[in-house]
Write a new protein. Structure first.
Ligand SMILES: *[C@@H]1O[C@H](CO)[C@@H](O)[C@H](O)[C@H]1NC(C)=O
Ligand SMILES: *[C@@H]1O[C@H](CO)[C@@H](O)[C@H](O)[C@H]1NC(C)=O
Ligand SMILES: *[C@@H]1O[C@H](CO)[C@@H](O)[C@H](O)[C@H]1NC(C)=O
Ligand SMILES: *[C@@H]1O[C@H](CO)[C@@H](O)[C@H](O)[C@H]1NC(C)=O
Length: 407
């Protein structure tokens, strides 16, 4: 795979969210143990999910917001109990001998508060909402935790009119993502009783902007034998740089005016898959410690807009989160045990240009009343009857009922 494609892909996987929480925390001078554990688990989850998504379609762009998915599943876990709960938290890469469920929720609460601090250098908003079937009675504890820990808004919704419910939810997400995520749910069943949503919107300017006058059409090597023409931006700047001989890649960190940053990783030719296999929180930590401000005389970076929609049911199952879809215990939502997740959908978009970066993502989780397989046989037309004695298997009566109302 070509080096430049590589860069686009990884930017997508790594940057859309990973860099944010850590940097924000450094700024915050408030590194608590649970923040660190939360960040490292979220990073581990991000790379695990990245590998699954990249593997599904190796030649396609990948863009998703791991943070949005982690928060949405954390939110869902408020309503989960027993092994359904353990699966979600372990699937999110939390080590439950080291961190308690309560600390995880508090970690997300703190993260949401930190990310939503107003800044004049950065537009960042992250939020949650729930859409609740009109007559569904959620437990007070869940409503309270959703509000306090996940800052969730709640909207009464009539899912019996699925088109109207879908446009309500998609419209909400579109509004919160400045129009960038237009159709989170493609489909909603009339059996839906609850939808949980997380959204993220991010817009930041490069500390050193590219000059549009220097952007020119240039070749981008999609693969060994395929080349496309793309608008290539160029810049001469001093910025954190690291040449990783061990993994065979070059890293450049581009900083936004807010001091958040995009980490761009360019594997050597043909090394993309090797690198993907080695992406983990330890590698990232090593990179962070190795980046040194350096003068880069010519940085070439394509200007691009990529977006993707995912249905995550299968991939989450592969990551060990299975019960939510089948024999779920979501009794923390309503007290009853008859609910299950029908869809986990995710959409993300990322635009990189001379000015900076704009990204948006949303995750939606729809929950339905489980249709318990019920077997119905209605003898409402003529039938036969044979009465058999157990011991001798003798047919003691044999008849045909054509009209039960006749004597
Ligand atoms: C979880 O943490 C414990 C204690 O630190 C450790 O022994 C164990 O190996 C960890 N489990 C996993 C799956 O990482
Ligand atoms: C989102 O909704 C708010 C409040 O209703 C409105 O003021 C704003 O213009 C909307 N934004 C978009 C992008 O639709
Ligand atoms: C690229 O082209 C060369 C020569 O035409 C061929 O040998 C090689 O298999 C091609 N590679 C791919 C990935 O298609
Ligand atoms: C970014 O970091 C620089 C250098 O440490 C500092 O001077 C500047 O105030 C920071 N900007 C923001 C928005 O925090």
């Amino acid at each position: 795979m070509s080096p430049f494609l590589a860069l686009g892909l990884l930017l997508a996987g790594v940057c859309s969210v990973h860099c944010l929480p850590e940097n924000v925390m450094v700024k915050d001078q408030c590194r608590r143990v649970d923040d660190h554990t939360l960040t490292s688990s979220n990073t581990d989850f991000a790379f695990s999910l990245y590998r699954k998504l990249a593997l599904e379609n190796p030649s396609k762009n990948v863009i998703f917001s791991p943070l949005s998915i982690s928060i949405a599943l954390g939110f869902l876990s408020l309503g989960a109990r027993g092994s359904t709960l353990t699966e979600i938290l372990e699937g999110l890469k939390f080590n439950l001998t080291e961190i308690q469920e309560k600390e995880i929720h508090q970690g997300f609460q703190h993260l949401l508060q930190t990310l939503n601090k107003p800044s004049n250098q950065l537009q960042l908003s992250v939020g949650n909402a729930m859409f609740v079937q009109e007559e569904l009675e959620l437990l007070d504890q869940f409503i309270e935790d959703a509000r306090v820990l996940y800052s969730s808004s709640a909207f009464s919704t009539n899912f019996r009119d699925p088109e109207a419910a879908k446009s309500l939810i998609n419209g909400y997400v579109k509004n919160k993502t400045q129009g960038k995520i237009e159709e989170l749910f493609k489909f909603l069943s009339p059996n839906t009783v609850l939808v949980l949503v997380n959204y993220i919107y991010f817009k930041a300017q490069w500390k050193t902007r590219f000059d549009p006058k220097h952007t020119q059409q240039a070749e981008f090597h999609v693969s060994e034998n395929e080349t496309v023409e793309v608008p290539m931006m160029t810049l001469d700047l001093k910025t954190p740089y690291f040449r990783d001989e061990e993994l065979g890649c070059t890293l450049v960190e581009l900083t936004y005016t807010s001091n958040d940053s995009a980490l761009l990783i360019l594997p050597d030719e043909g090394k993309m898959q090797d690198l993907e296999a080695k992406l983990n929180p330890e590698t990232l930590t090593r990179w962070r410690g190795s980046l040194q401000p350096s003068r880069i005389h010519e940085l070439y970076l394509p200007k691009f807009s990529i977006k993707n929609d995912y249905e995550l049911n299968d991939i989450l199952s592969q990551l060990g989160i299975r019960k939510i879809f089948t024999d779920a215990d979501l009794s923390g939502l309503t007290g009853a045990g008859n609910l299950a997740v029908s869809q986990v959908v995710h959409s993300a978009a990322l635009d990189v240009d001379e000015e900076g970066t704009e990204g948006a993502a949303a995750t939606g989780i729809s929950i339905e009343k489980m249709a318990f397989p019920t077997t119905t046989v209605r003898f409402d037309r003529p039938f036969l009857i044979a009465i058999v004695l157990k011991d001798t298997q003798s047919i003691i009566f044999l008849g045909k009922v054509t009209n039960p109302s006749q004597a």
